[in-house]
Design a protein around this ligand. Structure first.
Ligand code: SF4
Length: 463
């Protein structure tokens, strides 16, 4: 049988005003591997890079011979998803929605696409289970971890047991995930033209920050599970053989659990070849030894959720850390020569002018190579959505404030002013170009496009 996998992102419907890089959908990569291991034919369409327009995609979905179409919509693309499902439904084929946003919006999707199926948990093996049921003419109710419509009723089958030993999952189809021209903007030093590969060394996060939602995380939900160092070493070698020059670890907590991290860093050091890589960490997990191990393993940069310069707001966000611990982690990274990408948030509920000033001051003082200034948004499935539904209920995301916010224009202006100050200050601009030289050399078109996008956003010139 043949299966078409579609990563459905907002750029296929409209230009995205805030510059954003792309992350490969590694959960689709694992699902594609599990399906192709059983001899089925697999094809993959990526829409996040903006290289395919809606008309072409609709035509492709109508004419594709696949018997099963697996669609992974992002949170931002979700409202448009049913439009495409109509095209994908041609030829009486089966549509399966996967990924955290689809799982959260299962009832909504089934009310608009009544004949489709929705995966309600981790979906690595769900497409294969659907194929096996279709092939064996077994009823949908026998497939674990899905929801479907039966008349007016929505039926949810029992959850699929979580894979505790994630090394048992197949290696994602990196060959397919390396085909799209993924844009990536965190600092790297690739040897040769930039070709991004993506990895997950762990899944999940044990913390409970009130704003953080599975629907926008690439690293799955709550339970923390990790791959062994040998598995990650094999994937690094594979990516190198397939022609990747840069790697991004999509984990949320790359350095959680120091002994495990040190073993992993050692495995990466021995296997990475020429790959330049970066990852996401919690700044408060970083000490001098971890920072040096990152450097020794070839890590160029890390991204950290600093969130705010106010300890009171860190408590409100239930971040479980302090500004002092965050600053100490960033200092250790700077000392080791690892470039830092800092994520900060403005517009947090109960944020006073002093808190906001502290956040913007911290953003300037951290000596970060890049700062992403997010605007607080409530996502489905978060404590924030329960407590502050007006801050996201109508489509707000971390870059664009919810239309219902009375301070929407102020926040956008503040964000633009900050970017202008941060990136265009002459000394920082020169430093920025100097630090980014390897990436500029490796990916001149992408770097210039991104810089123009950021400047247009900062100057409010539209897309
Ligand atoms: S923000 Fe980071 S630490 Fe907090 S829950 Fe999300 S992934 Fe975990």
């Amino acid at each position: 049988m043949s299966v078409l996998f579609l990563n459905l992102e907002a750029p296929v419907f409209a230009d995205v005003p805030h510059p954003k890089h792309n992350l490969a959908p590694l959960d689709l990569g694992t699902a594609m591997a599990s399906v192709s291991e059983r001899g089925h034919t697999v094809d993959f369409i990526e829409t996040s890079t903006g290289e395919i327009n809606l008309e072409t995609l609709t035509g492709r979905l109508r004419s594709d011979p696949a018997e099963l179409v697996v669609i992974r919509p992002s949170f931002e693309a979700l409202p448009h998803a049913p439009t495409l499902a109509t095209a994908a439904c041609a030829n009486e084929r089966t549509i399966l929605w996967v990924g955290p946003p689809a799982s959260h919006a299962a009832d909504w999707l089934l009310s608009r696409c009544p004949s489709s199926l929705v995966s309600t948990g981790e979906s690595d093996r769900v497409p294969l289970a659907v194929l096996q049921a279709l092939h064996g003419k077994r009823p949908r109710k026998d497939i674990l971890g899905i929801a479907f419509r039966d008349g007016e009723q929505i039926v949810r089958t029992p959850p699929r047991p979580l894979e505790q030993n994630i090394d048992r999952l197949p290696i994602p189809r990196h060959d397919l995930l390396l085909q799209p021209n993924y844009r990536f903007h965190y600092p790297l030093k690739p040897k040769g033209p930039l070709k991004m590969g993506y990895l997950l060394a762990s899944r999940g996060c044990p913390y409970s920050c009130i704003f953080c939602s599975e629907v926008e995380r690439a690293s799955f939900g709550k339970p923390y599970r990790h791959h062994g160092p040998g598995r990650i070493a094999s994937e690094m070698r594979l990516l190198s053989e397939l022609g990747a020059t840069g790697v991004y670890f999509e984990d949320d907590l790359f350095a959680l659990d120091k002994p495990r991290f040190l073993a992993l860093a050692d495995a990466i050091r021995c296997s990475r070849g020429d790959l330049s890589w970066c990852a996401q960490v919690r700044a408060s997990d970083i000490d001098a030894e971890i920072a040096q191990a990152l450097k020794g393993a070839g890590c160029t940069s890390v991204a950290c959720g600093i969130e705010t310069g106010s300890d009171r707001l860190l408590k409100l966000l239930k971040k479980g850390t302090t500004t002092a611990a965050n600053e100490s982690g960033v200092r250790a990274l700077n000392d080791a020569g690892i470039q830092v990408v800092a994520y900060l948030i403005i517009g947090i509920p109960e944020e006073t002018p002093d808190d906001r000033r502290a956040t913007l001051r911290l953003a300037e003082e951290l000596k970060a190579s890049m700062v992403q200034l997010h605007i607080f948004a409530s996502y489905p499935g978060t404590r924030a959505m329960d407590d502050y539904p007006e801050l996201g209920a109508q489509g707000g995301n971390k870059f664009i404030p919810a239309p219902t916010r009375s301070d929407r224009d102020d926040l956008l202006q503040l964000q633009r002013d900050f970017y202008r100050r941060f990136y265009l200050r002459p000394d920082r601009f020169v430093q920025h170009v100097w630090r980014r030289w390897p990436q500029l050399w490796a990916n001149p078109g992408g770097e210039i496009r991104n810089a123009m996008h950021l400047v247009r956003h900062a100057l409010n010139l539209g897309s």
